[in-house]
Ligand binder design. Structure first.
Ligand code: IPM
Ligand code: MG
Length: 351
């Protein structure tokens, strides 16, 4: 099993180091190879996705990624900024299906800003389309109009086949869970998502056991904090999924807990925490590595079909939490505040 390890920027290297430590502790046959991406790619090769990094990712079975981005690159031309490296690798590897499970560990019920009874038992799978929508639609750019005023343009667009394939991923996942899907759109205003809704309804016919509902994104944003347990699988486009998954992460106590898998048609995947590079706390060894460790568990499950070891890692995370270990973001009175590397050690010890 060959894994490309791309630590990236900010807290990326610290959190990835913990996930790598956990993978090694499993004692399975893994070949790990590291390469720079994001700002680190720009520093190393003048490109946020250096050709050698892309090649390594293409030749590997899976990619483990930390995070990209740092304010110091905000003034670079858009094509050289770290985020572009991330968007390009998603597109190049055709990772159209982004799975972001928001799961509340009982021990963290009081770490959420919501009332414990609202979030207790929460288990949502957000399926976000990742290679289309306003993120990639053309035309785009900032141009100057005839009157000298500048105009910014982005284009929201989805083809039928793009919607259909993410629908199939979401319905297949729903079949293995509680057979309930909520498709999130803005079909009352945006034609792109009117088509989204039509295609969801068509695909649903192939899964008669699954109950499909629809919700406008503004309402979904509200319902997620009003009564999140009404959701099981949510399926939505790239931009809505970006926003709703950040929101959902707070239900679980901290965005530092939310892993993700980005899969292609054949379950080759890139695995990364849903959170960003947090440059403000980089290098301090205080970040939460659990989202990255849980992303490594998703890698074992989805790309390597190794449910046994995936569960071993997830159980070790539960054990570390049950033993009271907390990084600063999830710390509450009476628990034990640890550093990023100590949390990694606690998970390894639990294994
Ligand atoms: C995410 C991130 C990225 C996104 C950024 C860093 C480009 O927010 O993975 O959710 O918008 O997709
Ligand atoms: Mg995001």
């Amino acid at each position: 099993m060959k894994i490309a390890v791309l630590p990236g920027d900010g807290i990326g290297p610290e959190i990835v180091a913990q996930a790598v430590k956990v993978l090694h502790a499993l004692n399975i046959n893994l070949e790990l190879q590291e390469a720079p991406i994001g700002g680190a790619g720009y520093e190393a090769a003048g490109d946020p996705l250096p050709a050698a990094t892309l090649k390594l990712a293409q030749e590997s079975d899976a990619v483990l990624l930390g995070a990209v981005g740092d304010w110091k690159y905000d003034t670079l031309p858009r094509d050289q900024r770290p985020e572009r490296g991330l968007l390009r690798i998603r597109k190049e590897l055709n990772l159209f299906a982004n799975l972001r499970p928001a799961l509340l560990y009982p021990e963290l019920a009081s770490a959420s800003t919501l009332k414990p009874e609202v979030v207790a038992g929460l288990d949502i799978m957000i399926v976000r389309e990742l290679t289309g929508d306003i993120y990639f639609g053309q035309p785009r750019g900032i141009t100057t109009l005839e009157n000298g005023e500048r105009e910014g343009i982005n284009t929201m667009r989805y083809s039928e086949s793009e919607i259909r394939r993410i629908a199939h991923v979401a319905f297949s996942i729903a079949m293995k869970r509680n057979k309930k899907i909520c498709s999130v759109d803005k079909a009352n205003v945006l034609e792109t998502t009117e088509l989204w809704r039509q295609v969801m309804i068509e695909v649903a016919k192939e899964y008669p056991e699954v109950e499909l509902s629809h919700m406008y994104v503004d309402n979904a944003a509200m319902q997620l904090i009003r009564a999140p347990k009404q959701f099981d699988v949510m399926v939505t486009g790239n931009i809505f999924g970006d926003i709703l998954s950040d929101e959902a992460s707070m239900l679980t106590g901290s965005i530092g807990m939310l892993p993700s898998a980005s899969l292609d048609q054949h379950n080759k995947g890139m695995y990364e925490p849903s959170h960003g590079s947090a440059p403000d706390i980089a290098g301090k060894d205080i970040a939460n590595p659990l989202a990255t460790i849980l992303s490594a568990a998703m890698m074992l499950r989805y790309t390597f079909n190794d449910e046994v070891n995936a569960v071993r890692v997830e159980d070790a995370v539960k054990k570390a939490l049950a033993d009271g270990y907390r990084t600063a973001d999830i710390w509450t009175e009476g628990t034990r505040k640890v550093k990023c590397s100590e949390m990694g050690d606690a998970v390894v010890a639990a294994l």
